[in-house]
Design a protein around this ligand. Structure first.
Ligand SMILES: [Zn+2]
Ligand SMILES: [Zn+2]
Length: 305
C-alpha cells in the first residue's frame, strides 16, 4: 500500500504546501482510495497526483477545523460528475452531517451516489471487513479530534496445491482438515502434516494517522508497534509553549510519541506556514535526535508501507 501526501501545511496553504490531506492507495489490497482529511484544494491535488475521485471509497476526517475540512464540498459534488460511481463512506466527528446537508442545500448541489456518513463522538471501531479494521480514538486538541489506527489483518495460510500434486497427494476429502492445520493419514497409510503444505502467513501492516494534538496517551495507544506513524509537527522544538497553547505538537513531541509507541517509522506533517521547505533539514534533525527513522512529508511525497 502507498500513502501520498496531498497537503502538508498547518492552518493555511503556502506557495509550497497545501493544507492537510493524504491518500492511502489500497488498490493492491482489493480496496479503493482512502482519503484522510480534506483541506481546501484537495480535489485539485488529487488531479495533479492522478487519483480519480471515482475511486474514493472512504473519507476519514480527523476533525472539523477548516484546514482539514474545506475541500470536502468540492470533492463530494465533483464526484457526482464521474461515471461508474460507487458508494462512499464518510467518517468524521459529530457535526459533519449538518455541514454537508447545509452546504448541499445552500449551494443548490446534489449527490448522485450513496453517501454513508458515520459521525464520531467517542472511541470506536469505525471500519471492519475481512481485510482491514480501523479504530478511532479521541486525541487532545482544541476541538474534538480523532486519530486512526489502520490494521491490515494477517492473511491466513493457504494450501500449496502444486506441492501436494508434486508429492502425488490426492487431498480430496481431506482438504478441509489440511486447511485447518490437522495431520491426516492417507488411504495408502502415508501421514501428512498440514504445516508442510501451507504457504507462509502474510503479516498485515499497521499504521496510525493522527490528527492535530498535543502529546497524549491515545496517540501512543494508536501508534503502538505500527509500521508507520503519521504525526503532526506544527512547530520546532524551541516553540514548544506556543505549540501546546494552540493544541499542537513539535518535532520532538512527534518523535517522542513514535519512540514511546515503538513505531517503526515516523512521518511528520502539518508544518506551520512559518517554515519553508529550506527548513526541512532542521525540523527533521530535531526529531531524529529522539527517533532516528523520521522523515518529513512534502506535498506529493509517496511512502510505500
Ligand atoms: Zn490543522
Ligand atoms: Zn486543528
Amino acid at each position: 500500500m502507498n500513502l501520498t501526501f496531498l497537503g502538508t501545511s498547518a492552518g493555511s496553504p503556502t506557495a509550497q504546501r497545501n493544507v492537510s490531506s493524504m491518500l492511502l492507495d489500497l488498490r493492491q489490497e482489493q480496496h479503493g482510495l482512502w482519503l484522510f482529511d480534506c483541506g481546501e484544494s484537495t480535489q485539485m491535488q488529487m488531479q495533479k497526483a492522478k487519483f480519480s475521485l471515482a475511486k474514493l471509497e472512504v473519507i476519514f476526517l480527523t476533525h472539523l477545523h477548516g484546514d482539514h475540512l474545506f475541500g470536502l464540498p468540492g470533492v463530494l459534488t465533483t464526484r457526482s460528475l464521474m461515471q461508474n460511481q460507487s458508494p462512499l463512506t464518510l467518517i468524521a466527528p459529530k457535526g459533519i452531517k449538518q455541514f454537508i446537508e447545509t452546504v448541499i442545500e445552500i449551494s443548490y448541489s446534489w449527490l448522485t451516489y450513496s453517501l454513508n456518513i458515520i459521525e464520531l463522538e467517542q472511541d470506536r471501531t469505525v471500519f471492519e471487513d475481512e481485510r482491514f479494521r480501523v479504530e478511532a480514538k479521541l486525541l487532545k486538541h482544541r476541538v474534538p479530534c480523532f486519530g486512526y489506527r489502520i490494521i491490515e489483518k494477517d492473511l491466513l495460510a493457504q494450501l500449496d496445491i502444486d506441492k501436494l500434486k508434486q508429492d502425488n497427494i490426492q487431498v480430496g476429502s481431506y482438504y478441509n482438515d489440511l486447511k485447518k492445520g490437522k495431520t491426516i493419514t492417507l488411504d495408502d497409510g502415508r501421514i501428512i502434516r498440514a504445516v508442510d503444505y501451507q504457504t507462509k502467513i502474510k503479516k498485515g501492516k499497521k499504521l496510525a494517522i493522527l490528527g492535530d494534538t498535543i502529546p497524549c496517551q491515545a496517540s501512543i495507544t494508536l501508534a503502538s508497534d505500527v509500521d508507520l506513524l503519521v504525526h503532526e509537527a506544527t512547530q520546532e522544538n524551541a516553540l514548544e509553549d506556543k505549540a501546546i497553547e494552540r493544541g499542537h505538537s513539535t518535532t520532538v513531541h512527534a518523535a517522542t510519541i513514535a519512540k514511546q509507541a515503538n513505531a517503526k517509522r515516523l512521518i511528520m506533517t502539518h508544518i506551520s506556514p512559518r517554515y519553508s521547505l529550506d527548513d526541512n533539514n532542521k525540523l527533521v534533525n530535531e526529531a531524529r535526535s529522539v527517533f532516528a527513522n523520521t522523515e518529513i512529508a512534502t506535498d506529493f511525497s509517496t511512502f510505500t508501507i
